[in-house]
Design a protein around this ligand. Structure first.
Ligand SMILES: [Zn+2]
Length: 439
C-alpha cells in the first residue's frame, strides 16, 4: 500500500488525494497530467465547479534528526513521510569555519580587532541548525497545504500535558493504569523521580505509585503528593506518614519534600524549535497541541512499531486508526550546495592546480539546462549503460553527466539522453521499503 496521490484541478485548487490505482487510471485515460514527482501530484485537465471536499488533518511529530509527517482523512492515514534534517551537517560546517577563522589570529597577518561587542541577538533567535529544522518543516507544511485540503494541524508540542495534570486531581490513580490519564501520570512520575524508588534508590524493579502523605491521613490525589516506591518500601511505609517512616533519614525527607513541590514545568519544558513552529503554524491553520505521552500511549494501544511517521499518525486524540499507506516518502534535506569559489583543503588553504594557481570555480551551475541535484530519466540507446535509468544528476561542463541511481553511479551519460523529472529543490527523495507496521 502506497501513499495516496495529490490532485489539483485545472485552476490549481487542491482536491482530495486519491489512491494510486485511481491516479493510474486517470493518467492512462489522459484525463490528468503529472505536475510534480515528489510528492506525487497530478493535475486534472477538467475544471471542477463545486468539488466536495473531505477535511484532512496534518499531523506532525517534530524530532531532532527526523520529523514524522502524516495526513489523515478521519482516522485513516493516507499519506506519510519522514523528513530528515541536516542540523548536524550545518553545525559541523559552522564549527569548521570557526576553527579556520580562528587560526587566522595566530598567523602572521595584520592586527584584527576582535569583534564581539557589536553583536546582539534579536528576540526569538534560533541557532542555525535549529532554524533550519523549523524552516524546513514550515516549507513542507505549506507545500502540503497547497496540494491537499488540509483544515487542521495536530502537532506534538510537549512531553506531558502539564496543564491538564495540574488542573485535575487524580481519583484512584492505581485503578487508572489502562487509561491515557493513568499512563501519563505514571510516565511523568518516572521522569520526575528518575526511574527509581524515592525511599531506597533501587532501580530496575517494578515501581508503585505512592502517596507521600497517605490518603488515610488526608493526603490528596494531586500529582505533587505522588511519588514512586518499590514494593518493599511501599509495604514498609504502609499507612505511616512520611515523617515517621523517614525518622532516621532527615536528609532524604527534605529531598523528597522539595522534589514533590517542584513545579511541573521543569520536567517538561517546551523546546524552542517546537514552540517557534507552533506559533508560526498557528497563523496558517487551526492547530491542536498534543503530548508525547499521549502519542506513546496511542502507539502502544494500537500495537504499532516505533517509526517517525507512525508516531506522527498517533499524535492527538484517537479512538481508532487505519493505515491506507505503509510506504512513507523519505525526504532528506540535502542543502543547496556551497557558495565558495575555491575548494579548500583541510587546513583551509585553497587547493592549487598543476600550474600552482587557484582553481577558481567560474563555470555556471547550470549546464545544458541541468543543475547538479536534478532528478532525471536517462534513456541511453547504446553502449555500456544502455537502458533507462532514473537518478540524481551531477552536471559536467563537457556534457557527460554522472547519474546516481539506487543501484550505483553511472558515469559519462550524455546530456541529450537525459530528461528532467524533478528539478533540484534542496531535498533528495526515496521510498521506505514496504514494511510491517504492527508489532
Ligand atoms: Zn525502595
Amino acid at each position: 500500500m502506497q501513499n495516496y496521490v495529490f490532485v489539483i484541478d485545472a485552476e490549481r485548487k487542491p482536491l482530495n488525494p486519491i489512491s494510486p490505482a485511481r491516479a493510474r487510471e486517470l493518467l492512462t485515460k489522459q484525463k490528468a497530467v503529472v505536475i510534480r514527482r515528489y510528492p506525487f501530484t497530478i493535475m486534472l485537465k477538467a475544471k471542477i465547479e463545486t468539488p466536495t471536499l473531505k477535511p484532512l488533518t496534518l499531523k506532525l511529530d517534530p524530532g531532532s534528526k527526523v520529523t514524522g509527517i502524516a495526513i489523515l482523512e478521519g482516522e485513516r492515514v493516507i499519506w506519510a513521510a519522514n523528513l530528515e534534517h541536516r542540523g548536524q551537517q550545518i553545525k559541523s560546517d559552522l564549527t569548521k569555519r570557526l576553527s579556520i577563522r580562528r587560526t587566522r589570529r595566530s598567523r602572521k597577518t595584520r592586527y584584527r580587532q576582535p569583534r564581539f561587542s557589536n553583536r546582539s541577538r534579536r528576540q526569538g533567535w534560533l541557532a542555525p541548525s535549529l532554524l533550519h529544522r523549523f524552516l524546513s518543516i514550515e516549507t513542507w507544511v505549506k507545500r502540503l497545504c497547497k496540494y491537499s485540503p488540509i483544515t487542521e494541524i495536530v502537532m506534538e508540542l510537549v512531553k506531558f500535558d502539564t496543564q491538564k495534570m495540574q488542573a485535575e486531581t487524580i481519583e484512584g490513580v492505581q485503578y487508572q493504569q489502562g487509561t491515557l490519564w493513568g499512563y501519563q501520570v505514571r510516565e511523568y512520575l518516572l521522569e520526575k523521580w528518575g526511574r527509581c524508588c524515592a525511599y531506597c534508590n533501587s532501580s530496575g524493579v517494578p515501581l508503585q505509585i505512592d502517596h507521600i502523605k497517605p490518603k488515610s491521613k488526608g493526603g490528596s490525589d494531586r500529582i505533587s503528593n505522588l511519588t514512586l516506591a518499590c514494593e518493599r518500601c511501599n509495604l514498609a511505609k504502609g499507612n505511616k506518614p512520611v515523617e515517621d517512616f523517614l525518622k532516621k533519614d532527615s536528609a532524604r525527607l527534605r529531598k523528597i519534600r522539595s522534589m514533590a513541590l517542584q513545579p511541573l514545568k521543569d520536567a517538561a519544558a517546551v523546546n524552542s524549535t517546537r514552540w517557534a513552529l507552533y506559533s508560526t503554524l498557528k497563523a496558517l491553520l487551526p492547530i491542536k497541541s498534543s503530548s508525547g505521552a499521549q502519542t506513546k500511549y496511542n502507539r502502544l494501544r494500537f500495537g504499532l512499531v516505533k517509526e517517525h511517521w507512525i508516531d506522527a499518525s498517533c499524535t492527538g486524540d484517537l479512538n481508532h486508526i487505519i493505515f491506507s499507506t505503509q510506504q512513507p516518502l523519505l525526504i532528506k534535506a540535502s542543502g543547496w550546495g556551497k557558495r565558495e569559489m575555491v575548494t579548500k583543503n583541510k587546513y583551509g588553504f585553497p587547493v592549487l592546480n598543476k600550474e600552482g594557481n587557484q582553481a577558481l570555480k567560474t563555470r555556471s551551475p547550470v549546464q545544458y539546462g541541468f543543475r547538479t541535484g536534478d532528478i532525471v530519466r536517462a534513456n541511453v540507446p547504446k553502449g555500456k549503460h544502455q537502458g533507462v535509468h532514473l537518478g540524481r544528476v551531477s552536471v559536467r561542463e563537457s556534457g557527460a553527466f554522472d547519474v546516481t541511481t539506487p543501484l550505483g553511479k553511472l558515469q559519462s551519460i550524455r546530456h541529450k539522453h537525459c530528461q528532467p523529472i524533478h528539478r533540484k529543490d534542496g531535498y533528495s527523495y526515496s521510498f521506505h521499503p514496504m514494511s510491517t507496521i504492527v508489532q
